[in-house]
Design a protein around this ligand. Structure first.
Ligand code: CP
Length: 304
């Protein structure tokens, strides 16, 4: 299997990738999903270093690594020597000294994945950094869109919800704009960072029905109540009334439109249960499945 080679063997964000790199991730993922899987990472050790909670990203990296024959170890801050005062740098250098080949890092601090690489000299994949970046989520989203439409270019992609606090949006904007999508952002004023919309040449549309018009893809986002002063959020009732995706308001989108959500979902807040569980229109579980194959592609491309 032909392997892409990634800048400096790290993935900090999709700035690191060209349009061709992203297309290579898509095509290698496609081959892996159709069964072309070998133990290319035998004798490699991957360490997941998660300073924030995760279900999908952490477990899919573990599964991806194991399916390629690698060993996986997990570092959890709770119960570690961090609780005795060990510094971030000493933690990284201690783990590196045990023979880790790649770190998968989730952290709330901007620049943490880069610091892990600086302290260890070992390849790093960013598995979600604060409100800034989540490149592997964006790649699995791009793969899922491509799997449905056979292209990204010229698709109308509407992103709805807590754009202000979303690392998923930031990485998706880099990736989707490189791939030539037409992007609309839809959020209440307080959750709409206008400079971000301007930077990526997005249409900004506060009215959900208008934002859904002609959409091929509708991506809704989790309300990140934990990241914000609750005062800065619209009331849940107002949000549900104006921005919750449902089978009814999806009728304003194109007939073939798909619905995506990075998860975890707040059921019946950003999306109705009926729509989330609609196994034709909702891609939520397909995104999870595809995440394993995309992460296999990335691990193999960096380490094999
Ligand atoms: N989408 C996502 O990053 O989910 P987790 O927080 O469960 O990893």
């Amino acid at each position: 299997m032909e392997l892409i080679k990634i800048n400096n063997h790290n993935l900090f964000d999709l700035d690191d990738y060209s349009k061709d790199d992203i297309m290579q991730v898509v095509s290698i993922t496609e081959r892996l999903k159709h069964g072309d899987i070998k133990h290319t990472l035998r004798n490699k050790t991957i360490c997941t270093l998660f300073y924030e909670n995760s279900t999908r990203t952490k477990i899919s990296f573990e599964l991806a690594a194991k399916r390629l024959g690698a060993d996986v170890i997990h570092f959890n801050e709770q119960g570690s020597s961090v609780e005795k005062g060990e510094s971030f740098k000493d933690t990284i250098q201690t783990l590196s000294a045990m023979g880790v080949d790649l770190f998968v890092v989730r952290h709330k601090q901007f620049g943490a994945p880069e610091l892990v690489h600086e302290y260890s000299g070992i390849p790093v994949i960013n598995a979600g950094c604060g409100s800034w970046s989540h490149p592997t989520q964006a790649l699995l989203d791009i793969y899922t869109i491509y799997e449905n439409f056979g292209r990204i270019e010229d698709l109308n992609i509407t992103i709805v919800g807590d754009i202000l606090n979303s690392r998923v949006v930031r990485s998706n904007l880099i990736g989707l704009s490189k791939m030539g999508a037409n992007i609309t952002l839809c959020a209440p004023d307080i959750l709409m960072p206008k400079e971000l919309g301007t930077q990526f040449n997005c249409r900004m549309e506060p009215e959900l029905k208008c934002a859904l018009s002609k959409a091929d893809v509708v991506m809704t986002l989790r309300m990140q109540f934990e990241r914000n002063d609750i005062q800065n959020f619209p009331s849940t009732d107002d949000y549900v009334r104006d921005y919750r995706l449902s089978t009814d308001n999806m009728k304003f989108a194109r007939k073939h439109a798909i619905v995506m959500h990075p998860g975890p979902i707040n059921r019946d807040i950003e999306i109705t249960s009926e729509l989330a569980d609609d196994f034709i229109q909702s891609m939520i579980l397909r995104q999870v499945t595809n995440g394993v194959y995309v992460r296999m592609t990335l691990l193999q491309s960096i380490l094999a």
